[in-house]
Design a protein around this ligand. Structure first.
Ligand code: HEC
Length: 139
């Protein structure tokens, strides 16, 4: 075997290794994508109209007392504006459905309203109200 053949052989060998690495690398990437928990958040962004309608009814029943029927805030207890210009939802830390619903579940209504105690909404109801508020902020 002469020198150039040896050189050619090692170039081919290196190319084969590189190809293998690319294949292994991209399949790892695909695996990571499939297992990503982000998938659970995506559907909330395209909430069905029924969830938003239920959230609207819950909002008017439980939240409007302080935050106003149009989310304008300031009706009672200095409750902040929830949608429209300068609202606390878009600019604050509760600007995703999961974060907003968790806050509502834990802390709202601030006081019992129409028979609903603070933190008295179910998890699903808290998500519906959050979807309603976020739909207002997207519009
Ligand atoms: C009894 C009055 C009252 C009711 C009813 C009420 N809130 Fe509030 N809410 C407040 C007050 C006061 C604040 C400001 C203090 C705070 O953040 O805890 C507030 C703050 C908030 C915030 C902003 C949190 C932040 O820090 O950015 C959100 C979002 C919110 N309320 C959602 C709701 C929703 C949804 C409902 C109905 C399920 C509701 N509130 C019912 C009084 C109320």
């Amino acid at each position: 075997m002469n020198q150039s053949l040896v050189a050619k052989g090692s170039v081919i060998f290196l190319k084969a290794i590189k190809g293998l690495l690319i294949i292994v690398g991209s399949s790892l990437w695909l695996c990571a994508c499939g297992a990503s928990p982000k998938a659970s958040q995506t559907p909330h962004l395209f909430a069905p109209a029924a969830a938003i309608a239920a959230g609207n009814a819950l909002y008017q029943h439980t939240c409007a007392y302080c935050h106003g029927t149009n989310g304008q805030g300031g009706v009672r207890f200095n409750a902040p504006r929830l949608w429209g210009p300068g609202n606390v939802v878009q600019t604050g830390v509760f600007n995703s459905e999961d974060a907003l619903a968790a806050f509502i579940k834990r802390a709202m209504p601030a006081q019992a309203v129409n028979g609903v105690n603070p933190g008295g909404l179910t998890e699903i109801q808290a998500h519906q109200v959050a979807q309603y508020i976020l739909s207002k902020n997207r519009g």
